[in-house]
Write a protein that binds this ligand. Sequence first.
Ligand code: SF4
Length: 260
Amino acid sequence: MDNKNLKDLAQNPDFIPGIYNYCDRWCEKCPFTSKCLNYAMQKERFSESTGDMEKDNEVFWQELVETLDDTIRLLKDLMKERGIDIDDIAVDEEYEKKEEDIRNFTKAHPLTKMADDYIRMAEVWIKRMQPGFVNAGIYLENTEEPLADRDRTSGIRDTLDIIRWYQYQISVKIQRGLQGKQRAEEFNEDTFMYDANGSVKVALLGIDRSLAAWKRMTVFYPNEEDPVIDIMILLGRLRGKTEKEFPEARKFVRPGFDDR
Ligand code: SF4
């Protein structure tokens, strides 16, 4: 898609501005696809497909390079307007130091460690169950199993999809929130805190949905109740501690999802 098409597409008044900034990116399950510019762009790209993946990829990167050229031109004009020298590449050491401190702080934060523990615990359980999932056709498209078993199979597959979708995203969003909170304090900028709360709200919703999915797993696998409950306890603690660290996150209004 060239820049002109993109501009035309973006003019659509039906789109909710910024809806894609604080969603979970699960477009397949999203109730707002018709209101989302990001989704429309993906669809447009898909419709332009030649059916040849290599060719499509070449066009994709070529278009990106063209966008970059336009962006650099725009950036140069803006910098000139503001009297900034684009060739001045002096490193702002104070800024760099602050950013490094923020990264280290986030990495060492108990919420990051807990979210990463959750990733590992979920991974261990899924890996242990994998042979059973494969046997039950959960990873297979055309299973030959009897119809009576299909509800159970698709139920497990859906539940696993939920767990998988949020398993890593929770940690990523929490870390973004922690970095935003630190930046808001370091640079005294409210927009960082706004973004932090939005990111953490997405993480909290991911935790809620994952908890519900794990509960469903115990129905499908009653013998697995003990290990699954251990995972749920960890996730529940992560939920509580995240809410405490970000008391405003639940109140964050996500464009589209929470304001209509
Ligand atoms: S708002 Fe919905 S359609 Fe748009 S990127 Fe997010 S999940 Fe996908």
